[in-house]
Design a protein around this ligand. Structure first.
Ligand code: LER
Ligand code: MN
Length: 272
């Protein structure tokens, strides 16, 4: 079954970022529950920012689940990347991600490795950066597996990484990591930029997708842009995808409208 979720960002430095809700976790949970979402996805400053018992109380009160937890703040706030040339820098990046994995594991929610994959840029060859990323991901996937969790890896568009931009490149990376709890995160915004055919790529990645960022071409809520959502939704269903369609979208024209449009589109494209 495909479940609905919306993102909540608790990092002031990311207030311009593509998250449906910003700042008020309790308010966001209430609004998501009122609209009928199944879950929320968290973007927090670290694995220690949110008190797990408070979150548990909030989720329970609203009958919501935690869909996933982002690690992007490791990159945004500290510049951590899993392909950094220095061994100490990579270790620090992995430690940051492990704390997020620990937090998510309390809620059976996987951590997302997106921007923390980093970039090769001019400091190393792409091949070397991918080798370093592969080693870091293996350590993190094994760490997540020891806690009974999946780990999610997200290809990003060309303006955010020069490493892994498409689902097929993601599959090559997953195969070189070789951990069967490591899955792809298919973000429809990045895919709109990078994939020749998002629906074909989804079908080709059947069984390898563990999470979806459900969002439109312009990174507004699904339904507010020009992405052809029908063939993409049909491809996810045909591929046997079962996981979250989680709105990682700008709060435009405001959080409430973005959440409402998302759940309307979700119900249209993934009827129960
Ligand atoms: C970044 O563009 C993104 O899509 C996030 O989900 C990754 O941290
Ligand atoms: Mn994303």
């Amino acid at each position: 079954m495909i479940l609905s979720a919306a993102t909540v960002c608790l990092v002031p430095e990311a207030k311009a970022g593509p998250f449906v809700f910003h700042g008020d976790l309790a308010g966001a949970c209430k609004e998501c529950a009122d609209l009928g979402f199944d879950a929320v996805e968290l973007f927090a400053a670290s694995g220690d920012q949110v008190d797990p018992s408070q979150l548990r109380t909030l989720l329970k009160a609203q009958d919501l689940r935690l869909a996933a937890v982002g690690t992007g703040a490791g990159m945004l706030l500290h510049g951590h990347t899993l392909c950094a040339p220095g061994t100490v820098a990579r270790e620090r990046a992995r430690d940051f991600a492990k704390r997020v994995i620990d937090f998510g594991a309390r809620f059976a929610a996987p951590a997302i490795i997106g921007s923390m994959q980093g970039k090769a840029e001019r400091t190393q060859s792409k091949e070397t950066a991918l080798e370093r990323l592969t080693g870091s991901l293996r350590e993190l996937a094994e760490y997540a597996a020891d806690r009974g969790q999946k780990l999610l890896f997200e290809p990003l568009n060309r303006y955010e990484t020069d490493l892994v931009r498409t689902l097929s490149e993601g599959i090559l990376l997953l195969d070189s990591v070789g951990c069967d709890n490591l899955y792809l995160l298919a973000d429809l915004f990045h895919m709109n930029i990078e994939e020749a055919s998002p629906e074909r790529s989804i079908l080709d990645a059947a069984g390898r997708i563990g999470h979806v960022h459900f969002v439109d071409s312009n990174r507004h809520a699904a339904g507010f842009g020009h992405t052809a959502l029908r063939p993409i939704a049909d491809a996810l269903i045909s591929a046997g995808y079962s996981g979250y369609a989680s709105a990682e979208a700008f709060p435009l024209p405001d959080s409430s409208a973005a959440a409402r449009k998302t759940i309307e589109s979700f119900r249209q494209f993934f009827p129960r």
